[in-house]
Write a protein of this length. Sequence first.
Lengths: 193, 655, 283
Amino acid sequence: MSTQERQAAESKTLFGFWVYLMTDCVLFASLFATFAVLRFNTNGGPTGEDLFNLSFVFKETFILLTSSFACGLGILAARQGNKRLCLSMFGLTFALGLAFLGLELHEFNKLYNDGDSWRRSGFLSAFFTLVGTHGAHITAGLIWMGTMMLRVVQQGLTTNNIKRLTMLSLFWHFLDIVWIFIFTVVYLMGLVL
Amino acid sequence: MSLLGRLNWDAVQHGWVIAGGQVTLVAVMLAVVGLLTYKKRWGWLWREWLTTVDPKRIGVMYIVFAMLMLLRGLADAAMMRAQQAVSVGPHHGFLDPNHYQQIFTAHGTIMIFFVAMGLMFGLINLVVPMQIGSRDVAFPFLNATSFWLYAMGGMLLNLSLVLGGFAATGWLAYPPLSELAYSPGPGVDYWIWGLQIAGVGSLMSGINFLVTIIKMRAPGMKLMKMPMFCWSVLGAMSLVVFAFPILTATLTMLALDRTLGMHFFTALNGGNPMMYVNLIWAWGHPEVYILVLPAFGVYSEIVPTFSRKPLFGYTSMVWAIWGIVLLSFLVWLHHFFTMGAGADVNAFFGVMTMAIAVPTGVKIFNWLFTMYRGRVRFTTPMLWFIGFVTTFTMGGVAGVIMAIPAADFELHNSLFLVAHFHTMIIGGVVFGYFAGLTYWFPKFFGFRLNERLGKYAFYCWFVGFLLAFIPLYILGMMGATRRLDHYDASLGWQWLFIVAAVGVALVLVGVGFQVLQLYYSIKNRHANLDKTGDPWLGRTLEWSTASPPPFYNFAHIPLASERDAYWEMKKHKGQVTPKYESITLPRNTIMPLTISLMAFMFGFGMIWHMYWLPILGFFGIVGSIIWRSTSDEHEYKLPAAKVRQIEEELEARYA
Amino acid sequence: MVGGIALLAIIVAGIVLSRSNIPILQPAGPVAQKERNLMITAFSLSMIVVIPVYLLLVWFSLKYRHTNKSARYDPAFSHSRWLEGVWWAVPLAIISVLAVITWRSSHELDPFKPLVSNQPPLNIQVVSMRWKWLFIYPTENVATINYVNFPVNRPVNFEITSDAPMNSFWIPQLGGQIYSMTGMSTNLNLMASKLGTYRGLSANISGDGFAGMHFSVVASTQQNYQKWLAYVRDSSNKLDKPAYDKLSRPSSNNPPAYYALADSGLYSEIVSKYAEPVFKAEN
C-alpha cells in the first residue's frame, strides 16, 4: 500500500472504531436506563444500601483509574517508539485490570453465596447485568491486551500495532468512563439516595 | 449438563400444514445441492459466493435470501387470510390458536428482519460503493460477516418450523407473555437468538456503511454533491448505529430472564414488563425509518432518471432526511399510548409523531415537482413510484389520525393499525425496493428484465394490496382487533375478510409474474443485453461502468465534482483514458461464514439448553478473531496489465 | 391507470363505510363520540395536503409524460424557494393546529379522568385472566365473568388489573381501550348514552385463548340494573378463594357467569400479588 492509501486506511479504521464505541455507549445506556427503573424493585430483598460497601468500591475505582493512567503512558511510549516502556506500562495496565476483575468477581461471589443472586429481584438482575457487562468488556479488553503485548514482543512497534494499541487504549478509557457512571449511579446513588 | 439439553423427539413439529412448509424447505435445499452437484459448480460456489468479500456479490446474496424469505412470509400471510376468511361462528378454520399465533409471529418477524432488512442491505451493498466512486466498503471482512450472520439468524428461524416451533407472542414478544411462566418452550428462544444474531450483523453493517460514505467518496464528491440515495443510506445507518444496540441489550435481558432466571420483565419478583415495551419500541420505531429511508432514496434516484430532470430541491431533501432521523427518536411512545402514561406524556409524543409527517410530505412534493416540466417515462420502476405515492399518502393519513392519543385509544391494535403499517411498509418499503431491484438489475446482471411482465407484476401487487388492506381499515373501525383466530358470525366481518383473502391471492399472482419475469429475462438474456452500461440514461456514477461492472468497479477512481456526476461526465465526453494502475483488493476468505456458523451453533445451543455448544461457539468465534488478526496479508495486488486486459475485453465485447 | 384504480378503491370503500355497521363511527357514549370526532377532524385537516398530492400526481403524470411533446421541458427547474416555503409551511401549520387539539384532547379524554356528570360514578373492578374477564362490583358484592351490566347515562369508573399476561380492555362503541397489567391498576372512565348490549374484547395478545376474550356489555335502565343486581346477589355461586383458584386455571370462550362476591378486597389482593412486598424479608 502507498503511504496515502495507508493513511486513508488508518483514518477509516480509527473512525470506524469511534463509531463502534458510540454503539457500545448506547448499549450501556439501555442497561443504565433499565437499572434506574428497577432500582427499587427489591422484591422484599436487600437494597443497594444493604449490599454496597463504599471503601470496597473506592478500591476498585482507584485500581481501574490507575490502570487507565498506565494505559495512557503506554500509548505515549508506543508513539515514541519505546518498546520496553510500552510493554511494561501495558503490563501494568493488564495487572491492574486483572486485579479489578478479581475484586469484582469476589463481590459477585459473596452476593451469590449470601443468596442475593441475580434471581432474587429485578434490582439485583439489573445490577449484575450492568456491572457484569462492564466486567465482560474488561475481560475482552484484557484478552485483547494480552494478544497485543505478544504481538509487540514479536513484531515490535509497527504502524499497524500502534494503530491497534490506539484503538485498545480508546476502548480501555471508554470502559473507565462507563465505570465512573456505574460508580455514581449504582453504588453512590444506591447508598445515598 | 446433558448432551442434548431439552432436545428430544417431541420437538419435531408435525401437522399437515407444517409438513407442507417442512417439505418445501427440504425440497428447496435438496434442489440447490442437486443442481450444484449436477453442474459441477461447488468450486464456483466456494470461490464466487461463499468466500467472497465483494459487496456486489454480497448484495446479490442478501437479495436472494430476502426473496426466499419473502415467499415464506407471504405463505404465512396467505394462511392467515385463509384462516380469518373461514374461521367464523361454528367453524374454527384449519389452524388451532397456538399454531395461528406462531404463524403471524413468524410472518412479522420474517418480513421485517429478513425480507425488508435483507432487500435494503442488498441494494445498499450493490449501489452505494459504486455511487460514491469507490471500489469497496470500508470493512470488507465485516461486510461479509454481516451477511452470513443475517443468513444464520434466518436459518434459525426456519429451523423452528421443523424443530420445536416458534414464538406465539406477536413479532415483538412482549413480556410477561414471552417469559418462561407463559411461554416455557423453545419458541421465544428461537425468536431471541435468531434476531440477536441477525441484529449484530445489522449493527456491523451500520458502522460499515457509515464509515464508507463518510470516508470513501471519490475525490471531489463533497457530501452535498453525493447522490440522494447515499444521503438516505447515511441517515438510515446513523439510525442503525443508535437503535440496534438497544435491541441487543433488550434481547439479552429477555434471554437472561429466560435462561438465568433473572427478573427484568417478569410479572413477579420485581420485573417490569413496561420497561421492555419502552426499550423494544425505542429500537422499533427507528427501525421502521431505517427501512423506509433507503426506499425513499431509491425513489430519489428513479424519479429524476425517468423524468430526465435533476431531483427537485436537493438541499431541502437532505434536511428532510435529517429531520426524519432526529424525530424518529422522539416518537416511540406512540406505539403504546394505551399503556397509561398520562396525558402530558401522551400529548408530547403525539405532537412529535405528527411532526414527522412534515419532512415526509416535503419529500413527496419534491418528487412530484421533479416530474414537473420533465419528460416522464412510465417504466416499471416509475410505476412502483406512482403506486407508492398513491398508497403511502393514504397510510400517512391513517398515521396522522392515530397520532392523536385519544383517537388512538379506539384504533390501537385494531386491524386499522395493521392496515396502516402494512400500507407504509408495502407501499413505501417494498414498492421502493422492488423499484430499485428493477432499476439496477441491468447494471449488476448485464441484461434487462422483461418490461411487460414487470408491469403485470406491479398491477397485481397494487390492486392486490388495495383489496387486501382497505377491508382491514374498515374492519378496524368495526372494532376488530388484530391477531384473532376466530370471531362471531353476528359481527358481519366475514365478507371483508374474504375480500382481503382475494387481495392476498392477487398479490401472490403478482409474485408469480415476478418469478416468471425472472425466468423469461434469464432465458432471453442474450437478446436483452445491456451493451452500454447505461440503459436508462442514468445520472450517477454506477452507470459509467460496464454491465456487469468488473469486480474492482472502476479502473480509475472517478473525479466527481458535481451532483449527478455521471450526467456531467457525459456532457464532457471524449476524455483521454489515463494510464492503468495496479489495484489493491481484499482477498477472499471463508472466515465470515465459519464465524457465522459458530454463531448459529451458539444460538442453537442456547435454545435447546445444550450449553456445551454455546461455549464451543463462543471460543470458536474469539479464536477466529484472534487468528484473523495474526495475519496482516489480507489484500492482494491486481497488476496494471491485468486491469488493462479486463478493460479492453469489456470494450471489445460491447463494441 | 394507477390513479383510476385508486380512485375506484376509495369510492368503493366510502360506500361500504356509509352502509355498514361501524361501531367506532357510530358511538353509543360521549367518550367514543369525542374520540370519533377527533378522527374526523384529523382526517379532514390531512385532506388539505392529501388532495393536492393526488391532484398533482395525476396532472403531472398526464401532462409531462414523454409522449406529450407540447408540454414544456425545463430540466433546469430543480429548485424554488417559494414552492419549498409552501410545502414546509402549510403542513407545519396544519400540524400546529393538530398539536393544540392533541394537547387539549389528551387531557380531556385521559382515561384516568372522571367524567363530568351529576351522577356519582359506579366503580367496577376488572381483572383480565386466562382467558376471560372478571368484573367485580366491590360495593354491590357481586362479580361476573365476561359480562358487565350498568345503568345508562351513569359514568362508570373501571379499575383494571391483570392476573395474566398483558391484555387491553376495550369496548369500542363506548370508548377507547387501556392496558391491563399485573401489579398495576389502570383506570378507564366510560359512559353509555344509549340503552343496549355492546361488545367488549381484549386488544392485546395474551396466549392461546386470547381470541375468545370477548364480553357482553349491557347498558340498562336503573330499574333493570337493580333487578339484575338482586338476582346475582342471591346466586348460589360464591366467588370465594377456591372458586377464584378454579377460575384461574386456563380456560377460554367462557360463557357469562354470575357470582356473589365473598371477599370485597379481592381486587387489591390480586394487584398486591404482583406488586413489591411492603415489608422486607429478614435475611
